[in-house]
Write a protein that binds this ligand. Sequence first.
Ligand code: MN
Length: 408
Amino acid sequence: MGKEDFLKEIRKGISWMRAAGNEVALVHHNDSDGLTSAAILQTAFTRAGFAVHRICIERVHPPIVARIHDQFPATIFYVDLGAQAAPVISEANKGRRTTLILDHHHPHKPTDPKVLNMATEFYGMSGDMDISASTAAYFFALELDKANRDLAHVGVLGAVGDEHDREGGLVKENREALMDAVEQGQVRIEVNGKGKEIYSLTLFGDVTPMAPLGIEVTTFGGVGYYADGPALGIRVCLEGFFPEAKRRLKELRQTQQTAYERTTARLKREGFRETEHIQWFTVGDDFSPMGVKIIGEYCWDIRNEDFVNPAKYIVGFQNMAKDVPGVGSFDWVQTKASMRLPTPLEHKVLIDKSMPGLGWVVPEAAKRVGGSIDACHDYTAATIVGIGKEEALVMEMENLVKAKLSNN
Ligand SMILES: [Mn+2]
């Protein structure tokens, strides 16, 4: 248990990859940690002579995974996602492809011997604070070739993007990557008045604070998901801002702001649809080309606005596009549901425990209407259901809330 064993597992992964040929499908998440991880691995794989087909996904969705494993004859490499879904990935793989997972989320064991789950948590390294996927990717790159040490700053950017410095500074494995970056003159550390470390990138002829840069990279991946966002975000991680990236970032922010304003104006005008305990709405396809993560961000953004009832659960729906960039077209008719709580309700859920949490309500309601179960917490949750099942899902949630309250 520990980093040495993790590196040993990485070396095993590298030998599996080399044995499987010189092509790799690199599947990664679309937030800043996922994009920095992809930037590091794409560079390291290319330097090592692999042909890389990069696929950015918002979440591990079984039909997408099945398609990837049907379609790509090469090694399939997941980064910043997949650890938890190792059984789903195993099922999709059916013993076919050499499949590697490099992730810092809570892992499950794979059930296919051709799937190697190099999850940091198997080695006692906390994915919450100690090691981001980007730092794990940096370690992987170093095992491929020590010359990849020049990618240290990209590892740091992912850790900052995942807010692993939230307690005042990066620690443990993330700090190793940070120190590598500092030694090479890529990153500068300053301490602010509150004793918190502030990291700046000193490359590309500029001094760039890394925390806002991480947020910008996430904007590329999330708001620009169905457009050129992920590719631009990765280039920014490696090269810094270039004029086209600046222009696109501005456009993407504008797209997001306009869509938010349009939705808010409509909700103020027409109100939510409501049950006794839930207020809900759908944006349909109106958030396109933004990824479906954005409906969750919007719900979070408005949760305490005055047009929102502070006592009711918020549920927003955004339709899933049929095309998954880099994978192809799907014939699904599905909508993503995101749930958030206004602060007063959150208090009742988390502190008074007088209202049921989403972590209990949403998976059960989703199951009843044939929805998929996503990562659900008591204060934030999501699921995917068929278009047309929106009201049924809300009614099931309402029934569960009522049932729980009458049992108290
Ligand atoms: Mn991450």
